[in-house]
Design a protein around this ligand. Structure first.
Ligand code: TMP
Length: 206
């Protein structure tokens, strides 16, 4: 077993997950842990360039899936694995569940293609814990429209996001010990408490 831990945060755009990444990182640092916060697509200089393309250029759905995994390959090699080997905790704002939800659910890319990519890129690595921030579509939409200009994914229609959410929830049923649902409609303080509770359970397992 590797000395560090790997946690991913997931959810539809507007579910509120990103707000909690830094807060829980601080919570863990206060307990003496070294914590690396990162994100996908992105997390490395090359990954951030791929992110720009992925979020703003239109492309074939398979190109999109391949670039997501290319960015991920780089991220795992340069950031995630070295950190876990050092004994650090990594918190990534999204990981492969997002590819299943967005490319598989949203864009309807065949599941076996995504499973092959997952096997190729990280057959032996899965997050120790994934927190799925779940909100109904109306809530996510409201939060998005309150903010900045929308990227390519955020501009998708409601049925796209219904499929994304559905796949996320299916994955909770498939991987119940890894993926925990966080009810993102609750007040921020309550959500933080839940996040801290779930992360602390992992701490006990060290
Ligand atoms: P973010 O807004 O949470 O940073 O995520 C960027 C967008 O990228 C978001 O709309 C979800 C999308 N995405 C995918 O479609 N597939 C993936 O594998 C990842 C990691 C993100």
């Amino acid at each position: 077993m590797l000395p560090g831990k790997f946690i991913s945060f997931e959810g539809v755009d507007g579910a509120g997950k990103s707000t909690h990444v830094e807060a829980v990182a601080q919570y863990l640092r206060d307990r003496g842990l070294n914590v690396v916060t990162t994100r996908e697509p992105g997390g490395t200089p090359l990954g951030e360039k791929l992110r720009e393309l992925l979020l703003h250029e239109s492309m074939h759905l398979e190109t999109e899936a391949l670039l997501m995994f290319a960015a991920r390959r780089e991220h795992i090699a340069k950031i995630i694995l070295p950190a876990i080997h050092r004994g650090d905790w990594v918190i990534s704002d999204r990981f492969t569940d997002a590819s299943f939800a967005y490319q598989g659910g949203g864009r309807r890319l065949a599941l076996d293609k995504l499973q092959s990519l997952e096997q190729w890129v990280h057959a032996d690595l899965q997050p120790d814990l994934t927190l799925l921030f779940d909100v109904p579509l109306e809530v996510a939409r409201e939060r998005l429209s309150a903010g900045r200009a929308l990227d390519k994914f955020e501009q998708e229609k409601d049925d796209f996001f219904e499929r994304v959410r559905e796949v996320y929830l299916m994955r909770v049923r498939s991987f119940p010990s890894r993926i925990k649902i966080i009810d993102g409609t609750r007040p921020v303080a309550e959500v933080s408490a839940q996040v801290e509770h779930d992360v602390t359970a992992l701490l006990g397992g060290q």
